[in-house]
Design a protein around this ligand. Structure first.
Ligand SMILES: [Zn+2]
Ligand SMILES: [Zn+2]
Length: 467
């Protein structure tokens, strides 16, 4: 068995003598996540200040993974586990992915098995794993696609506790468990109940007031993937999408959507390919022809139009007026400061033909923070004009973020959750990430435009257009 990189690194940092290493392995501390939980729990051996400092250092030097990448890796691993280890049941992603964190530290999968020890044996023979870094009776650390995945297996009795503990974050787990109650044979809901709390969805558990709200029983049903009736933002090969219009329509129809909007990039957008006015007219005709291929689904012809540096739109109003829906977005800050960017965004919000502002802060997860803007001013302009702000589910964006989405709906904004998808096979996954992001912001179905029937969506657009 290979020595764990986690333990080797602690040795390098000179915080690990033989006795501490023994204590760590005996307690099942095999990953940084385990150590963080142990520290949150104040377990005796974590009193060593050097160990606590090392945990902080390791967290800073850990290899963060974007939610999109983490999701891909875990999905592939779960698929492989389901195929090769039939003894495993209810295999699911836990940890930061289950909480829909935009940047994830540590990959965890949990599963049930009647005989965990035997199931773990099967794990270690997984042909898709390049290495088994560690194995105990209920757990294996696998190297899969170059990433360490912590696969935890338990019996049905203990599954709820395992799911709860591995979902984290560590501080939250300790806060809930310290309120007492049984931990065996308990579902997650029962764990919360025995602590005098109502169940908190995983995506909310990072929030500073999550526990308070659970105590006050103020946890409304949050939006779910099943609530989503349509997707109002996607690209085709008319601009920088990878799949042709026909394929996107077919895929969304197969997803059971009641409506979609085709929204390619306007002519001067910074995208690799954009749609000219001529092509836009051709696209309208092609959509008209394809409508019969998707019975029961309304296809809106739209455009994701760039907001130019002076706040005007990258398309004449006369053309925009022929479209069923217009989305507007900032794709380039043009070196502008907070005041200028805010003014530019608000100008687009005030345009009567603009129904949605897509990825308002234009963040790129892990690469570029959201634009510095006066967000409260943006929320109030959106409310005043009846413009929706988007929660963009593309894993590169996840914008509005959970925190911003929460502020927005509190301010009374209608949000829309879109895939902003550029390829058919990712439509559902992007939508799920958008929904996860919305749930991090405590967004409820009533706040979301595309949980509503098409008639209400069209009425929302028409109301702003003034007819
Ligand atoms: Zn965009
Ligand atoms: Zn887009």
């Amino acid at each position: 068995m290979t020595a764990l990189p986690f333990l080797l690194r602690l040795r390098e940092l000179r915080v690990l003598d033989d006795a501490t290493e023994l204590a760590l392995t005996r307690e099942g501390i095999l990953t940084l996540g385990d150590l963080e939980l142990a520290i949150a729990e104040d377990r005796p051996f974590t009193a060593d200040a050097r160990l606590r400092r090392a945990a902080g250092l390791l967290a800073r030097e850990s290899r963060p993974i974007t939610l999109g990448r983490a999701w891909d890796i875990l999905d592939a691993c779960i698929e492989s586990l389901a195929l090769h280890c039939p003894a495993l049941e209810a295999i699911e992603a836990s940890g930061g992915v289950r909480r829909a964190e935009p940047i994830v530290n540590g990959l965890v999968i949990v599963a049930r098995a009647a005989d965990p020890a035997r199931a773990v044996e099967c794990l270690t023979a997984l042909p898709t794993a390049t290495e088994v870094r560690h194995r105990t009776l209920c757990r294996a650390l696998l190297l899969f696609q170059g990433y360490e995945i912590d696969v935890r297996v338990t019996t049905a009795d203990e599954y709820g506790s395992l799911l709860f503990a591995t979902t984290g974050p560590p501080g939250h787990v300790v806060d809930v468990l310290s309120r007492g109650g049984p931990r065996l044979n308990a579902s997650e809901t029962e764990i919360y109940a025995s602590a005098g709390l109502v169940y908190l969805p995983p995506e909310t558990r990072d929030g500073p007031d999550a526990l308070d709200r659970a105590l006050r029983r103020d946890v409304p049903p949050l939006v779910q993937r099943e609530d989503i009736r349509g997707d109002l933002h996607m690209h085709t090969t008319y601009s920088d999408g990878r799949d042709p219009l026909r394929r996107m329509i077919q895929a969304t129809h197969e997803l059971g959507y009641e409506y979609i909007a085709i929204t390619d990039h306007s002519e001067h957008a910074g995208a690799a390919r954009t749609v000219t006015l001529d092509q836009l007219a051709r696209q309208r005709d092609e959509i008209a022809r394809l409508r019969e291929k998707a019975p029961g689904m309304t296809i809106l012809h739209g455009l994701e139009v760039d907001i130019l540096p002076d706040g005007t739109l990258d398309c004449p109003d006369a053309v925009l007026a022929t479209l069923d829906i217009v989305l507007a977005s900032l794709h380039d800050s043009a070196g502008q400061d907070r005041r200028q960017l805010t003014r530019r965004c608000v100008a687009a919000i005030r345009h009567p033909l603009v129904s949605v502002i897509t990825h308002p802060g234009n963040q790129l997860v892990g690469r570029r923070p959201e634009y510095d803007m006066d967000y409260p001013a943006i929320y109030s302009a959106a409310v005043e004009t009846g413009t929706a702000l988007e929660i963009d589910g593309a894993p590169s964006h996840l914008d509005l973020s959970g925190e911003r989405a929460r502020e927005a709906v509190q301010a009374g904004v209608t949000v829309v959750i879109d895939s902003d998808c550029h390829r058919a096979r990712a439509l559902d996954r992007h939508m799920r990430m958008g929904v996860g992001t919305a749930r991090r912001g405590w967004v409820e179905p009533r706040h979301v435009l595309n949980t509503r029937p098409i008639g209400e969506v069209l009425a929302f657009i028409a109301a702003k257009r003034g007819h």
